[in-house]
Design a protein around this ligand. Structure first.
Ligand SMILES: [Zn+2]
Length: 450
């Protein structure tokens, strides 16, 4: 889409490998604002929202060194000879960096910019639910090219309908995954009931996370969902898009939410996907979206053009209105499910699931947050779903997810308090990823985001 960095490739022929690496590393750091990487940073007079509770620690100093938060106190005095970068943040807020729990990676050419979008939106971790090229190859590109301006990638091993597993083959898969780069298994589609059973047995045995679409298989072209109780009791860790719940009658939703809570199963609703995939903001409402005004002009022009083409292809105005009206009850039901999950304190994960027209990598999380807020979910719970809950999901709360001494320095600086209004998230000024500091205004101008 954008190819601001294509010069990197043009110049490649004139360098040897070591020079290229040095050059690319330098380039990555030039958008990172720590003048010398590894230089400690002291954030002064900042209001800290740790996310371990909803209290605000006002006027704190936060010391960042070697990628970690090493100290939080009322006043921190750096050692006399220590070269420290000092950032005065009086009246501003810090919260943990956001984790987008539903991301699809683009092709290799688009990857570098795509990852920058996430950083620009304050996203310091992404759960990769699928990608245009093999995930391992994509991440190899990130490591080989020393792309440090990127959120942490949580890769998935994808299982599809074509793959059947016996107990034995499921065991060998899970034992191999345990020592691989993959952080979890995403079930995309399912071949049959026994495959589900075998995978879940093995995942328990080897301690591998399995999540994804609600398990449904096909028999004689009929879609057969795995029994709801069976899924909830199976070690399936997160359900995407509120699948499974939508099949239940309305009077069973509350009970399902209680079972979800009892089994500690996460849900990643991605309701903005429904809004955009089913044109629920047609004909003009989509232009009011917060992200609409940010999309770079060329992309926006292309989106508008594609939108017109799609509408005509689908049969024009009346057909779209008709399709929208048909889908609205399902959408309303999803909102009702979300409200129930919230009411029964089920763990939620937030995911942007950007990929439709007018959606935006990273920033789409803000659209999802807005929809949750409109559904009555409080701002603290919304922020938990992007910070502490992802860390619980990946079983790494000892390293990430809150702002505490000893944790990774993944955090964002906001001008205004997001607990007052969730859309204060858009007042983001800095993103820290493992102690590397990025100024959002610089990232945005590099990407042409308004
Ligand atoms: Zn998706």
């Amino acid at each position: 889409m954008f190819n601001k960095y294509s010069f990197q490739y043009r110049f490649k022929e004139n360098f040897n490998t070591t020079q290229i690496k040095a050059f690319l590393t330098l380039f990555a750091f030039s958008i990172c604002s720590n003048e010398v990487f590894g230089q400690p940073i002291l954030l002064q007079h900042v209001n800290v929202i740790t996310m371990s509770d909803s209290l605000i620690r006002y006027n704190q100093d936060v010391f960042i060194q070697d990628g970690k938060i090493t100290k939080i106190a009322g006043k921190i005095k750096p050692k006399r000879k220590q070269k420290v970068k000092i950032l005065s943040l009086k009246g501003k807020y810090i919260i943990p960096g956001l984790v987008d729990m539903h991301v699809h990676l683009k092709t290799e050419n688009e990857l570098e910019d795509q990852l920058l979008y996430y950083l620009a939106a304050g996203v310091t971790g992404i759960r990769v639910m699928d990608s245009k090229s093999a995930q391992n190859e994509l991440t190899k590109k990130v490591t080989d090219n020393h792309i440090t301006a990127a959120p942490k990638l949580y890769l998935s091993y994808i299982i599809r309908r074509e793959n059947s597993y016996s107990q034995e083959s499921a065991d060998s898969l899970m034992s191999a995954l345990k020592t691989s780069n993959y952080k979890f298994v995403k079930l995309f589609s399912l071949s049959n009931d026994s495959t589900f059973q075998h995978l879940m047995n093995s995942s328990k045995k080897y301690g591998v996370i399995v999540c994804g679409h609600y398990p449904i298989y096909r028999q004689f072209s009929k879609a057969i969902p795995i029994d709801f109780d069976k899924v909830l009791n199976s070690n399936f860790k997160s359900i995407e898009h509120l699948g499974g719940y939508t099949q239940l009658p309305d009077d069973k939703i509350a009970l399902a939410a209680q079972q979800t809570k009892a089994n500690n199963i996460f849900n990643c609703p991605t309701i903005d996907w429904d809004i955009m995939a089913y044109d629920l903001m047609y004909p003009n409402e989509y232009k009011q979206r917060f992200t609409y005004s940010m999309i770079p002009k060329n992309t926006l022009d292309q989106y508008e053009q594609d939108y017109l083409t799609n509408i005509n292809k689908a049969g024009g105005n009346d057909a779209i209105i008709d399709q929208k009206n048909k889908y609205l009850p399902t959408y309303q039901k999803k909102i009702n499910i979300l409200k129930n999950l919230y009411q029964y304190k089920c763990p939620l994960l937030i995911g942007g699931d950007a990929g439709n027209l007018f959606q935006m990598d990273g920033f789409n999380l803000y659209e999802e947050m807005t929809l949750w807020s409109q559904a009555g979910i409080d701002n603290f719970t919304i922020l938990q779903s992007a910070s502490i809950n992802p860390s619980l999901f990946f079983e790494e709360l000892n390293k990430n997810g809150t702002i505490e001494e000893g944790k990774s320095a993944n955090l964002i600086v906001l001008e205004k308090n997001p607990l007052d209004n969730i859309l204060n998230i858009k007042t983001i000024q800095y993103t820290f990823k493992d102690g590397m500091m990025f100024e959002n205004a610089i990232l945005r101008s590099k990407l042409g985001i308004h």
